[in-house]
Ligand binder design. Sequence first.
Ligand SMILES: O=C(O)c1ccccc1N[C@@H]1O[C@H](COP(=O)(O)O)[C@@H](O)[C@H]1O
Length: 214
Amino acid sequence: MDIRVKICGLKEPAHVVAAAEAGAAYVGFVFFEKSPRHVSVAQARDLAIEAPVGVAKVALTVNADDAFLDDLVARVPLDMLQLHGQESPERVAEVRARYGLPVMKAIGIADAQDVEKIDIYGAVADQLLVDAKPPKNADLPGGNGLSFDWRLVNRKYWPKPWMLAGGLTVDNVAQAVKMTGARQLDLSSGVESAPGVKDVAKIKDFMRAVKAAI
Ligand SMILES: O=C(O)c1ccccc1N[C@@H]1O[C@H](COP(=O)(O)O)[C@@H](O)[C@H]1O
């Protein structure tokens, strides 16, 4: 069985194409103004239309309200919404019902208590993103290039598809897959040459390492 990879935080149409050609199953666009990966709705539309059929286009939002999501969903052809803030289970269900798109909820993991949240959100989300919890004073709720202790999710079973995220790189992905059993991976800073600047060679190297890890 293949491992499906999401390359997140794309800002250049050429990088969407490069990620797809390298074998990414998902491409992600970040809507969070403090992020070096932030794109406008208009930019995201230009990026989304570059994605070949079969590559899922994911919009990453953080505590977004209906006004923003209404505009986003109306203007960008999307396949999934990723909620990466403090959205409650009720809000996840609401977003899913309102937009008719699959919703992936990100859950920050630092300890065993955080892992319990995965079951709670698993009841309402279509997919789960199991990411490192950001440090207390971090500007970003994700995309910090930090891993969590993978032993916390070692070979756990959840009834919804899930992605492993947080500090994945060409150097640690084989170990991450081995320890967690993840069949989907999500990354951003591990395929960048500087914050917010994607590197095509790094994307290709990462995808090669994933294939070798299966
Ligand atoms: O990438 C960002 O800038 C970002 C901003 C706000 C919320 C989430 C963000 N990124 C998400 O975090 C994962 C892991 O990132 P990394 O590989 O550790 O850099 C990333 O793939 C996004 O889903």
